[in-house]
Write a protein of this length. Structure first.
Lengths: 219, 219
DNA sequence: CTGCGGTAACTTACCCGACGGTCATATCGC
DNA sequence: GCGATATGACCGTCGGGTAAGTTACCGCAG
């Protein structure tokens, strides 16, 4: 459709076209994962030839790195902003989620870009993502330390497990949001606030250690 | 080593060999994901040829389906057992986690088998996994309904988001466990109990809705 | 016991489609 | 005409899947 063969689409400035490719590639990488996304697919979706993508970004990894740099900068900046506003504990978590919903309302797939297990574990792109992931995780750790410190927990392993869990909670809400496109950022914020409040004040029972009998299960 | 060329390893009964292949394949699928796992890799790890794997399981999907059937049966059975013991709310969640730690102590990768996004979304194997995933999710929903019901929340979307979140929490603990092989099931159970107790009784502040200013962020 | 054919287990060597990546060529603005 | 921009056609590799051949075991006739 767009792009009759060799029409010479020079009218479109290169920078704009790069941004569009980046947007499409981010969506694809974030939706299907790095491994399952083909450069040809991205090019086709952008109405452009595969070769042109390579001339812009050098390689599949280069394209991926560009997407990650954009996504990582966006998210890390925003999370750092919330970190400075002085909230703490569970409230800080909710505020962080709210900020991310606001920023990602029209690019919900972006969160998954930084947490894609199919992405290569080394190479230049991996270093980019590792850097941003480290920043984000450091902020998460900060929040978790406050939260657990209030409960008298300072053990390193406890903290690292809780950080992992917090990131998993964010993952889950993002996944749910992607699966419910009609929900806007404000609705999500309210929902998350409501749910976390309900979780924090469990009305059912006290938490008790499970019976030791739980250990000898397994048929 | 084993298997000098065409040594005729008939001494090993077929059923045992199938079980061994299944064990190795489960580890591989659970660790690297369906897409990133090659049949040749599995065969090599089992000390046999790729063709033999095909003669046993028909296809890569067939092998995958066999792994999933085993894993799904194990997990669904165990979760259902806990569901019948009468606990509720957060306590039921902790008990479920404890049971899963006990069952999966020496096969920690198995949980990820059922939650692999790189697995094909249709085909016979997908139906197997969908069935078990549905059973597990139904039980999770049951628990979430109790928990949220106690807080006066019955909205369907709230429930579905909370189910997703709970599964994400399980994912996170399992991931952390895989990354910390020295931790045994009993230690994990204690840790999870401690962490969830800390989360549920937040000592820092009340949860409050974030300021509306949070909405107009994004540089 | 020995030789022999049948069969099940197993492997080597190959096919083929998909995908990352490259090159010669064609078009457009100036 | 020239340089920048863009492309269709092509290559190498990798991985799922298959065909044909090889080995080992078993029952049995002599």
């Amino acid at each position: 459709m767009a792009a009759r063969p060799n029409a010479g689409t020079k009218g479109v400035p290169r920078a704009d076209r790069e941004r569009e490719i980046l947007r499409i590639a981010s969506t694809a990488f974030g939706t299907d994962g790095f491994a399952a996304t083909g450069v040809a697919d991205v090019a086709h979706a952008a109405g452009i030839s595969k070769t042109l993508v390579y001339s812009y970004f050098g390689s599949k990894e280069g394209l991926h790195a560009a997407c990650l740099a954009e996504a990582g900068g966006l998210l890390a900046t925003e999370i750092e902003r919330v970190a400075r506003d002085g909230s703490a504990g569970v409230e800080r978590g909710v505020r962080t989620l709210a900020a991310m919903f606001a920023v990602l309302d029209d690019r919900r797939h972006v969160w998954r870009l930084l947490r894609d297990r199919t992405a290569p574990q080394d190479g230049p792109a991996a270093e980019v993502v590792a850097q941003y992931a480290a920043r984000i995780e450091a902020l998460a750790r900060e929040g978790v330390l406050e939260l657990l410190g209030g409960a008298g927990i300072t053990d390193d392993l406890d903290v690292s497990a809780m950080v992992r869990t917090w990131l998993g909670i964010v993952d889950s809400f993002m996944d749910w949001w992607v699966a419910h496109p009609d929900q806007d950022a404000a609705e999500m914020t309210q929902r998350v606030t409501r749910l976390i409040a309900a979780l924090v004040s469990d009305h059912t029972r006290r938490v008790a250690a499970p019976t030791p009998r739980e250990q000898d299960a397994a048929p």
